[in-house]
Design a protein around this ligand. Structure first.
Ligand code: RFL
Length: 387
């Protein structure tokens, strides 16, 4: 079995397969240090934690992850909190930085006898329709190489070789939401004991804890803004303003240790299987980070694919592989729908024309329902923390 990509999808898949005694190599373009220090997600859904526990992959997050179950919405007028562990199915998130999860998964995979070829870039997947598909690679020393397996799992993200190798006719549903965030990591403790969503006339601002001394912030900016366009002081002043620091308390400032530009885009590929090539994680569909679903979907899809591959390779039963694409797409579209709803809740047009005013009034009404309607809160909680 050849797996492309050592992110959450590829590593969960690889771990389950190796645990089932299935020979598996993971090809990863970057270095081990790079994948183990790449800060991205942090909010793991309860379902994700259960999957990781089921496969003996949750030791680190059980020890160092922090339970989390409150979000706070702020507007220019007021604020309200939802404790979603008391709503809907009553589940919570575990906050555990993605780079720590990846580190755990790499360590476990190698300890189980799996093989990871760091610095090996997949260039193309060939003969996916045949019995022995091949992955053409550029090895760490720059030389071309080839890897063969009975199946190939494309877990190499949105710009990977799996996507590039799809046959013509693969459908890509996509949407550019026309919204851009500056994604910031601050070396500073969290400023509130909740996820903070500030819905402001100047644009969205977000606050998400990562560890006791690192916090993620998001700041909506004009599309096309370079990551380094704003000074640290301007960023903190803008975060203070949008998050209402004068009314609700100051933010803990600290050096910004990472900045990226996040254009809110979504896409879904269909189908997720082409012969012996299967897509999982961001390679299968990209979801905007507005509802923190990407890593959770990646883990869910990896388990579905691992179970289906195990049935096919160990018991000769291909039914799970045949059903893989349709099963994943059901989950992916539900997550996309909620993520899209969140984008509509958190962002509005800035104009004073009739259409902008109409949109922003709808948004206010949506927030008011969330604040006052128990049914709406239960719906929110189930979708927010579920996959
Ligand atoms: P990854 O993690 O991108 O891993 C893919 C791996 O493939 C390698 N690769 C290749 N290897 C070999 N050959 C090639 N040709 C290759 N091309 C690429 C890459 O080096 C990489 O190691 O994909 P995967 O496994 O599908 O996991 C997806 C998640 O990483 C992603 O969805 C999340 O990070 C999204 N996301 C969040 N998700 C959550 O569930 N909760 C969150 O709180 C959350 N916050 C976020 C996020 C994504 C963010 N970014 C990247 C916009 C916050 C941010 C800022």
């Amino acid at each position: 079995m050849v797996v492309l990509g050592a992110g959450p999808a590829g590593l969960v898949l690889g771990n389950i397969l190796v645990d089932q005694g299935i020979d598996c190599v993971v090809l990863e373009r970057s270095t081990r240090t790079h994948v183990q220090t790449r800060a991205r997600a942090g909010f793991l859904a309860a379902h994700t934690v259960r999957i990781l526990e089921r496969h003996g992959l949750a030791e680190g997050l059980r020890r160092r992850g922090q339970p989390h179950s409150t979000c706070e919405f702020r507007t220019e007028d007021d604020r309200f909190r939802l404790d979603y562990s008391g709503l809907g199915r009553g589940e919570r998130h575990t906050v555990y930085p993605q780079q720590d999860l990846v580190t755990d998964l790499v360590t476990r995979f190698l300890a189980r006898g799996g093989q990871i070829r760091f610095g090996t870039e997949a260039v193309a997947v060939c003969d996916a329709d045949g019995e022995r598909p091949t992955v053409a690679v550029r090895e760490a020393d720059g030389r071309p190489g080839r890897w063969r397996g009975r199946y190939v799992a494309g877990c190499d993200g949105q710009h990977g070789a799996a996507r590039r190798s799809l046959p013509p006719g693969t459908v890509r549903h996509h949407r550019d939401h026309g919204v851009t965030w500056l994604g910031l990591l601050a070396e500073a403790p969290p400023s509130l004991d909740a996820v903070g969503y500030a819905v402001h006339g100047r644009g969205f601002a977000g606050h998400m804890a990562r560890t006791s001394d690192v916090t993620r912030y998001y700041l909506q900016c004009e599309p096309g803004t370079p990551a380094d366009a704003w000074s640290e002081e301007r960023i903190w002043d803008e975060l203070d303003l949008r998050m209402g620091a004068d009314k609700y308390g100051p933010l803990h400032r600290g050096p910004l240790i990472q900045r990226s530009v996040v254009d809110l885009r979504s896409d879904v590929l269909e189908p997720l299987r082409h012969g012996a090539l299967f897509l999982a994680g961001d390679a299968a569909g990209l979801i905007s980070p507005s509802a923190a679903k990407g890593a959770n979907l990646a883990v869910l899809e990896a388990e579905l694919l691992a179970d289906a591959l195990t049935d096919a390779l160990r018991a000769g039963d291909p039914a799970g592989l045949d059903a893989y694409s349709a099963r994943c797409l059901t989950h992916i579209w539900r997550a996309q729908e909620f993520s899209h709803w969140m984008i509509g809740l958190l962002h509005g047009p800035s104009g004073a024309d009739g259409e902008s005013l109409f949109h922003n009034s709808l948004r206010r009404s949506r927030l008011a329902s969330l604040r006052t309607s128990r049914a709406q809160q239960d719906w929110f909680a189930d979708h927010y923390v579920g996959v």
